[in-house]
Ligand binder design. Structure first.
Ligand code: URP
Ligand code: ZN
Ligand code: ZN
Length: 461
């Protein structure tokens, strides 16, 4: 299909101008003033609207066996929700457990996306152990275009790995030009604090925070970055949630370590007081690391403005409130499946609370929600910008739209919204993935199976 988008205000991480964009099949082939309409092209008038590069969510979970249950979305529901929210590429955490075969896991996760996803996607490869076999298998995964690893310094006995394994895995990452991403906490401390709190009868969701306080996250962050320093590997801290952990990153960067910071939209918009909501509603807000004190939010907005916080992701992990969070965790917060669904709301919340409230400008918005992820993870300039030859992943954004978030109208396969009733300003009105319409006038028109597994090159950071 060929597509001509006329009169939109194109905004990238560095440019802003009014022009027409012509997309011939998958890619952007012309940008200019008053472009002629080629025969048969579909024409969309974007006057008064922004045209952004497709947004990239660098941290989501779609298929996730976790804490004795499974996250609720499939690629069909998750990619639809992503696209309705303006996200055209997602990077899923591929999370094998300790005893899983890594190549079998790679095939399993691929089978969940292939033929099902409406948006493009790739994976961070989970590394729950590291030995000769794992090294060979990870080499094959890298050859297949998956050029980032995911380490868990958390979830003891399930996903975590020993210091020795972490060291050798990071040496391998460095050797192959792969970036190491990590969930940073101290898994042993979390376990001990959980046991202590439960033994004291502190069983509600509000105690989740106290089992994983900021110093526990700072300890994990410091450890991971020390290992990155020792091995020379590049490091990306996923879902960094607090001032204390951010200090560790600044220290490491100062010492010369290549370290990147991801925050997630819940940390910018909700805080620890939500986990104290009555009637067990706090469980909707249980994720790890936990929601923090509100004062951290100003630090993150500042970090985005100044560029020392790089990306805004979601850590989308949808578990039903009634049948999963409540049933499993009502007597013990350590059994509440961790996660806050937000793949559909990230861009709208970031625009409403960031741009519309004057906390970040439009370029920073595009940079942290799209361009940085593309650059750090080897997708740029195919993704993350609007230029000749880039994939025609485009979001026509209506800044004047006003709406309300609700579980009743969302596309995510989960029985609650953490942002129920919140007003939003602006929305992705029309969204394309490689030139094909996925959302038109706010309605999903995408196609199951249109999404491609993206191959990424190493050494892109
Ligand atoms: O609470 C969270 N973050 N759930 C998903 C798993 C993870 O740690 O990323
Ligand atoms: Zn995590
Ligand atoms: Zn995650």
């Amino acid at each position: 299909m060929s597509l001509l988008i006329k009169n939109g205000e194109i905004v990238t991480a560095s440019e802003r101008y009014v022009a027409d964009i012509y997309c011939d099949n998958d890619t952007i082939s012309k940008i200019g003033q008053d472009l002629e309409t080629p025969k048969g092209a579909k024409v969309i008038d974007a006057k008064g609207k922004y045209v952004f590069p497709g947004f990239i969510d660098p941290h989501v979970h779609i298929y996730l066996p976790f804490m004795g249950t499974y996250a609720k979305d499939t690629y069909e529901t998750g990619s639809k929700a992503a696209l309705m929210g303006g996200t055209t590429t997602l990077i899923e955490m591929l999370c094998p457990s300790k005893n899983d075969d890594l190549l079998e896991s790679f095939e399993l996760w691929k089978s969940k996306g292939e033929g099902h996803s409406a948006c493009d996607y790739t994976f961070h490869m989970g590394v729950p152990r590291f030995d000769d076999k794992a090294k060979d298998q990870l080499g094959e995964v890298i050859d297949a275009g998956i050029t980032s690893f995911k380490f868990f310094l958390a979830y003891k006995g399930v996903f975590d790995l020993s210091d020795e394994e972490l060291y050798h895995a990071l040496c391998f990452a460095k050797e192959r030009g792969v970036i190491g991403t990590a969930h940073c906490e101290n898994a042993d401390l979390v376990l001990e604090l959980q046991k202590k709190l439960i033994s004291e009868g502190k069983t509600g969701p509000e105690w989740h925070y106290h089992s994983r306080p900021p110093y526990v996250e700072a300890a994990g962050t410091s450890k991971f970055l020390t290992f990155a320093q020792a091995t020379g590997a590049a490091a990306y801290i996923v879902h960094l949630s607090c001032n204390e952990a951010l200090h560790q990153v600044m220290r490491a960067r100062y010492a010369g370590t290549r370290a990147f910071v991801e925050i997630v939209i819940p940390y910018l918009t909700v805080d620890m007081s939500y986990a104290e909501l009555p009637d067990f509603e706090g469980a909707k807000y249980v994720m790890s690391p936990p929601l923090r004190h509100k004062s951290n939010q100003e630090l993150f907005w500042n970090g985005l403005r100044q560029g020392f916080v790089h990306t805004v992701a979601t850590d989308h992990a949808p578990f039903d409130f009634v049948d999963q969070k409540t049933k499993m965790g009502k007597d013990d917060f350590t059994k509440i499946p961790n996660g806050i669904p937000s793949i559909e709301e990230r861009v709208k919340l970031l625009y409403s609370h960031g741009v519309a409230e004057g906390k970040i400008d439009l370029h920073t918005f595009v940079d942290c929600a799209s361009t940085q992820a593309a650059k750090i993870f080897g997708l740029f300039p195919r993704k993350g910008t609007i230029q000749l030859g880039s994939d025609a992943d485009l979001v026509i954004y209506d800044p004047d739209y006003e709406g309300v978030i609700s579980q009743k109208t969302h596309s995510m396969n989960v029985d609650y919204s953490a942002f129920e009733g919140w007003k939003i300003k602006g929305r992705p009105e029309t969204v394309t993935v490689r030139g094909a319409l996925a959302v038109e006038n706010g309605k999903f028109v995408g196609k199951k199976g249109h999404g491609q597994l993206l191959k990424r090159e190493p050494n892109h950071f």
